[in-house]
Design a protein around this ligand. Structure first.
Ligand SMILES: NC(=O)c1ccc[n+]([C@@H]2O[C@H](COP(=O)([O-])OP(=O)(O)OC[C@H]3O[C@@H](n4cnc5c(N)ncnc54)[C@H](OP(=O)(O)O)[C@@H]3O)[C@@H](O)[C@H]2O)c1
Length: 171
């Protein structure tokens, strides 16, 4: 799978301790981040785990090809392509396209090593009650290609930074 020519990008919002979720939902809903997510992923294929699909308030994301990985039956995922493994998900995508891994924790853990691009939203806060985490990122392996800090508009009251990263080429 390491020879796969697809661009595999991960997009995630994480707090200062890499927390990403709580009770099957996001830690907070940052309007600016939701707009950013929509802008970056629209027109592309998004791959998600079952629990992340179940957390989507309106089901499949519009204007994107939605692929859900689950051992559940496809009927429960309207508007989605349902597959049973990561390999099957990637095989359903063109080898020229940019594919977005959109969570959650389990899927991030099994794809970080494959990804060549990261779109991180670092929320400048630590949530005490999180139960789902992004794996540790070794920033020696990544070049930061974009960084944009946004100040809170008080609702919710957290500043955040958009970071774009590309995996460094092996020398
Ligand atoms: N902050 C963010 O950017 C962000 C983004 C997305 C999600 N989240 C949060 O993350 C949490 C959900 O994450 P999670 O780790 O609990 O669940 P998840 O990764 O969304 O879904 C887990 C399920 O998906 C399937 N799956 C995932 N990876 C697989 C793999 N590599 N191979 C085979 N099946 C796989 C399995 O389904 P079956 O059990 O059906 O076989 C597994 O039980 C929620 O709180 C959500 O809000 C946060």
């Amino acid at each position: 799978m390491t020879d796969n020519p697809q661009t595999i990008a991960i997009i995630v919002a994480l707090d200062e301790q890499n927390a990403i979720g709580r009770n099957g939902d996001l830690l907070c809903h940052l309007p600016g981040d939701l707009k950013h997510f929509k802008k970056i992923t629209t027109g592309h294929t998004v791959i998600m785990g079952r629990k992340t699909y179940k957390s989507l308030p309106k089901g499949a994301l519009p204007n994107r090809t939605n692929i859900v990985i689950t051992s559940d039956v496809p009927e429960n995922y309207p508007g989605c392509t349902v597959v049973r493994s990561l390999e099957e998900a990637l095989s359903r995508c063109s080898d020229k396209e940019k594919v977005f891994i959109i969570g959650g924790g389990k899927l991030y853990r099994s794809t970080l090593y494959l990804a060549t691009q990261l779109y991180l939203t670092r929320i400048h806060h630590t949530f005490d009650d999180a139960d789902t985490f992004f794996p540790e990122i070794d920033f020696n392996e990544w070049e930061i290609t974009g960084e944009e800090r946004h100040l809170s508009n008080d609702n919710p009251p957290y500043d955040y930074t958009f970071l774009s990263c590309s995996r460094k080429k092996e020398s």
